[in-house]
Design a protein around this ligand. Structure first.
Ligand SMILES: *Cc1c(COP(=O)(O)O)cnc(C)c1O
Ligand code: SF4
Length: 344
């Protein structure tokens, strides 16, 4: 994935940054090398070489805001595990592939994936504010994604021609990596298609760089006739600090429905206590736990996998402790399936 931070490339000093410049500066300042990561977190030097090798294909990328939540000297920290490349990524496990969810077969036209009835998913960019080591799209051919907004015409035409589509999902990569002007124009184009009623955004930016939730961005969501849903991606309660709370609250307060999806990850959130505190903290904010995904079996992610038996046990234990609405659906994506498979 490449980092495209469009807009001003001038480096401004912190004091005269506009709201839009602020998050873009965070992207520019993000950590990109194992040396710097290990140095900042005081990790033993033996982590550097494997991290360099493992990040050759899928670069290390972590914003400083996220790193600040990780205490130094804890290589097993659940937040660090999501971003630190390990030699284990280079092992080839049977059943793990470059396209574990069948994206290639679901490509309608460049940038448009359609797997399920009534929903169209747009891969609007390959860029993300973090590189999650278990990412199921780490091998996605993002080079083929349309670049400027003018190139989205074929995608919009396809949606226009299919009256059964009433929801458009902006995905990627992370759609909120686009600058506001591009998001605004994309939203306007989608809203002009009469049969589309809802806009859904799949994003990790409110967690990685909470300052991305600018007034301008909120205005895009509230000024459209489309009903907006934002699905964030939080795997652990420790990801939710004060600034994340503020960002999510702003979204909820302006009438957006905010849901969360997590990936069940070995060593990150595969315990009853971790999942219980995450779900509790989410509902206390007004964010509903939506999916807990079983790992998509992408090459290099085998060490994150949790068995179905363990996952099912965790869900049934959660159900005994939490209100029904606080328990996410345990789901798996099966290539060619007509919906996500809900296991529990
Ligand atoms: C996951 C996914 C969706 C959304 O599915 P929901 O069950 O509605 O959340 C839509 N399109 C594609 C291609 C997907 O992978
Ligand atoms: S935010 Fe999502 S798309 Fe981006 S690297 Fe993480 S899992 Fe992949």
């Amino acid at each position: 994935m490449n980092i495209v931070t469009a807009g001003s490339s001038n480096v401004a000093s912190a004091s005269d940054l506009s709201a839009a410049d602020h998050w873009q500066k965070s992207l520019r300042d993000a950590i990109r090398t194992p040396e710097e990561l290990c140095d900042l977190l005081q990790l033993p030097p033996e982590y550097v070489t494997p991290a360099k090798q493992a990040s050759a294909q899928f670069k290390l990328f972590v914003p400083r805001e996220y790193l600040a939540k990780i205490p130094p000297g804890e290589p097993e920290h659940p937040l660090l595990k999501q971003v630190l490349p390990l030699a284990l990524e280079e092992s080839t496990d049977e059943g793990f592939s470059q396209d574990p969810v069948g994206d290639a077969d679901a490509l309608v036209t460049a940038g448009l994936l359609q797997k399920y009835a009534s929903r169209a998913l747009l891969v609007v960019t390959g860029a993300c504010a973090v590189h999650c080591r278990y990412c199921f799209r780490r091998y996605f051919p993002y080079d083929e994604v349309p670049k400027g907004n003018e190139n989205w015409e074929p995608v919009l035409d396809k949606i226009q021609q299919d009256p059964t589509i009433d929801e458009v999902i902006l995905s990627g990569g992370d759609p909120w990596m686009l600058v506001d002007s591009r998001l605004q124009s994309l939203t306007d184009h989608i809203a002009r298609i009469p049969h589309v009623r809802r806009l859904r955004i799949h994003t990790r930016l409110p967690i990685m760089i909470p300052s991305r939730i600018t007034d301008e961005l909120l205005k895009i969501l509230t000024s459209t006739r489309l009903k907006s849903f934002v699905v964030v991606h939080i795997n652990h309660a420790l990801e939710i600090d004060d600034s994340v709370t503020v960002a999510l609250t702003k979204l909820i307060d302006c009438g957006v429905v905010v849901l969360n999806q997590s990936v069940l990850l070995r060593g990150v959130n595969d315990s009853l206590t971790a999942l219980e505190s995450l779900c509790r903290d989410l509902v206390n904010l007004g964010v509903l736990p939506y999916y807990l995904h079983q790992l998509d079996r992408v090459k290099g992610s085998g060490h994150f996998e949790v068995s179905d038996a363990e996952a099912l046990k965790l869900i049934s234990e959660l159900r005994c402790r939490l209100p029904g609405y606080a328990v996410p659906r345990l789901a798996r994506e099966r290539p060619g399936g007509e919906s996500k498979d809900v296991l529990a």
